[in-house]
Ligand binder design. Sequence first.
Ligand SMILES: CC(C)(COP(=O)(O)OP(=O)(O)OC[C@H]1O[C@@H](n2cnc3c(N)ncnc32)[C@H](O)[C@@H]1OP(=O)(O)O)[C@@H](O)C(=O)NCCC(=O)NCCS
Length: 248
Amino acid sequence: MECVSSRIRNTAGKEIIKEKSPLVEEPYIHPTACVKDSILGRWTAVGARTEMRETVFSDYSYVMNDCQIIYAEIGKFCSIASHTRINPSNHPIWRATSHHFTYRSKFYGFGEDDEEIFQWRRDHKVTLGHDVWIGHGAVILPGVKIGTGAVVGAGSVVTKEVKPYTIVAGVPARVIRRRLSEEVEASLIRIQWWNWTHDQLAEALEDFRCLDAASFAAKYDLFGEILEGKDESLSSKPLGGAFHVQRG
Ligand SMILES: CC(C)(COP(=O)(O)OP(=O)(O)OC[C@H]1O[C@@H](n2cnc3c(N)ncnc32)[C@H](O)[C@@H]1OP(=O)(O)O)[C@@H](O)C(=O)NCCC(=O)NCCS
């Protein structure tokens, strides 16, 4: 989904460039994907054969092919690799049987469905902050919260909360390390670049590419400088590419 063109050869060995459409503000949903009762933000993309239900999928987030996402709130700029499952529903294991005929009863001609079970599932939403990267084939279990900037390793099963900017991996997922230093993470959270406008992102693209996270934070975290008392004359400082710092 990230590339807009691919180079392939025809049977005569001649290289042809197949153009793919770039994304637009309106969400892109692959024709084989199934999205129901969900809210999709701007510049979002949903890959082939992915199923999404009752989910909020915020601006710039994308999910690749063959994923399933249900009852989830997903922040901005999240990257979800293929074959990931977010919120595989639990069954009522306290009952005599965990089989779904006790709640999906219409299927079997047993009368009305048991809505309480569906509501119980809905109540165990999965929440992802902003800029979360979920690796290939991960499973995020019901009710789990994953903080902004966190990374989930390929093939992980996430059973518990993941703190912001933490890298977890394995089954069950355990903390490997923090992604950046505590100071840089705090700066990025203050900067909230994920709330910048499309134009502001475009303007800062070179910095996103060329600066490491610490230099990026140093350049844009004006509030951090105030906190540290480093700069007493911010009003006279040229702002350069710095954007407004939004605080909650
Ligand atoms: C999680 C990840 C980002 C960690 O990268 P990293 O910080 O460079 O980690 P390292 O390779 O240094 O590994 C650190 C430890 O974690 C383990 N580890 C890394 N990834 C793991 C994973 N996915 N599952 C289980 N253990 C993992 C390593 O074996 C190593 O263990 P050790 O300390 O016992 O030797 C990376 O391993 C990963 O899983 N990337 C996902 C790639 C992907 O799915 N891409 C999809 C396309 S978007």
